[in-house]
Write a protein that binds this ligand. Structure first.
Ligand SMILES: [Zn+2]
Length: 82
């Protein structure tokens, strides 16, 4: 079986080893010991505070839902009888 293409970028939750700033908003602080979302993209690491992590995950879910919805409607709208 050919390997499936990964749609999602590499992301995981990490405990900050030191004080970091959120990549989305430099005013958001991630304190040492805080959980943060780390997204690796093109060899670059981005840290996001939990507030932004929720939004990022929400948006990713919406995009996936949108794609899944299109996939489903494309399936059912295929003309039958060919
Ligand atoms: Zn943030």
């Amino acid at each position: 079986m050919p390997k499936l293409k990964r749609l999602l970028v590499s992301a995981c939750f990490e405990i900050a080893q030191r004080r970091r700033h959120c990549s989305r908003n430099q005013e958001h602080e991630i304190c040492q010991g805080d959980k943060c979302l780390v997204i690796k993209e093109n060899m670059t690491k981005h840290n996001y505070c939990m507030e932004c992590a929720v939004l990022i995950l929400q948006k990713a879910k919406e995009e996936l839902d949108g794609l899944a919805h299109e996939l489903m409607s494309a399936d059912t709208s295929t003309p039958q009888g060919f």
